[in-house]
Write a protein that binds this ligand. Structure first.
Ligand code: F6R
Length: 249
C-alpha cells in the first residue's frame, strides 16, 4: 500500500485526478471503477476541466460504479446514476452506454447483483478502482462486517452511513439498503486508488491503513491489494502514527 500525503485537500484532489487521467490515456478502452460521495465531487470537477482544457478523451472509457441505493430509479435526483450523469458523464465525451451502475430499482435485486458481476467480468475486469471511505470503515457500501471475499450484493446501510448521508436527502427518506460491489469485487481490480480528505476521516483512515485487516473495518482489506494507492490530505493523515508514508509536495 502506497500512502501519499498532500499538504492540502486541493493538492490531494489534483493528484487523484492526474492518476485517473493517466489511466484514461493509458489504453484505448480503459475500464474505470468509480465512486460517488462528497469527496469525489471535486475530483470529477477537475476531470471535466481536463476534458475541456486539455482534451482529456473519455470516448473509449467504460465505467462501473461501486454502488447504488436500492429502490431508487436512475432518474431520481438522489440516485448515484443521477450524481454521475450530472457531475461527470454529461460533461465529458463518454458514451453513456458504456457507463454502468447497479440498477437500484431492478425487479429482482439478487439477479441484478449477478448481472453486474458478469458485466464487470465481460469487460475484462476493472483497471483502476476509485474509492472513498465512510465513517463506518466502508468502501463502496461494504459495511462492517464485510468479508474480503464478498461480491456484489444487497446490503443494509450502517447507522453511521445513514447519519453521514441522510442530510443529502433533505426532507426525503434515505433508503436503508443498497447494492454494492463486494470487497472481493473491489480487490479483483488491477489497481485501487483511495482518496480521503478532512479531519473527520482521520480516525477511520488510521484504522484502515495501520490497524489489523479485519471485517470490522472493510477498508482494511485494501492492505491485501498488491497495487493500492491511498491519497490523503494532512487532516485525514493526522491520526497516522507510523505507516509507510510518502510526502509529495
Ligand atoms: C459511494 C461510496 C462510499 C463513499 C464514502 C465516503 O459510492 O463508495 O464508500 O466513498 O461513503 O463518502 P463522502 O465522500 O461523502 O465522505
Amino acid at each position: 500500500m502506497e500512502v501519499l500525503i498532500q499538504s492540502s485537500t486541493a493538492a490531494a484532489v489534483e493528484l487523484v485526478a492526474e492518476i485517473i487521467a493517466r489511466e484514461v490515456q493509458a489504453s484505448p478502452r480503459p475500464v474505470l471503477g468509480l465512486a460517488t460521495g462528497r469527496t469525489m465531487e471535486s475530483v470529477y470537477a477537475r476531470l471535466v476541466k481536463m476534458h475541456h482544457a486539455e482534451r482529456l478523451d473519455f470516448s473509449g472509457c467504460r465505467t462501473f460504479n461501486l454502488d447504488e441505493y436500492a429502490g431508487l430509479p436512475g432518474a431520481d435526483n438522489h440516485s448515484y446514476r443521477h450524481y454521475m450523469n450530472r457531475l461527470l458523464f454529461h460533461q465529458v465525451n463518454i458514451d453513456l452506454r458504456n457507463t454502468h451502475l447497479p440498477q437500484g430499482d431492478a425487479p429482482d435485486l439478487a439477479a441484478e447483483c449477478e448481472r453486474y458481476e458478469r458485466l464487470i467480468h465481460e469487460a475484462g475486469g476493472i483497471d483502476l478502482q476509485l474509492l472513498g471511505i465512510g465513517q463506518s470503515g466502508h468502501i463502496g457500501f461494504n459495511e462492517p462486517p464485510s468479508e474480503a471475499t464478498s461480491r456484489t450484493r444487497l446490503v443494509m446501510l450502517a447507522p453511521e452511513t445513514v447519519r453521514q448521508n441522510a442530510p443529502l436527502f433533505g426532507a426525503d427518506k434515505m433508503p436503508s439498503q443498497a447494492i454494492t460491489m463486494g470487497v472481493g469485487t473491489i480487490l479483483a481490480s488491477k489497481k485501487c486508488l483511495l482518496l480521503a480528505t478532512g479531519e473527520s476521516k482521520a480516525d477511520i483512515v488510521s484504522r484502515a491503513i495501520e490497524g489489523p485487516v479485519t471485517t470490522a473495518v472493510p477498508a482494511s482489506a485494501l492492505q491485501l491489494h498488491p497495487h493500492c494507492t491511498v491519497v490523503l490530505d494532512e487532516a485525514a493523515a493526522s491520526a497516522l502514527t507510523g505507516a509507510p508514508r510518502k510526502r509529495f509536495d
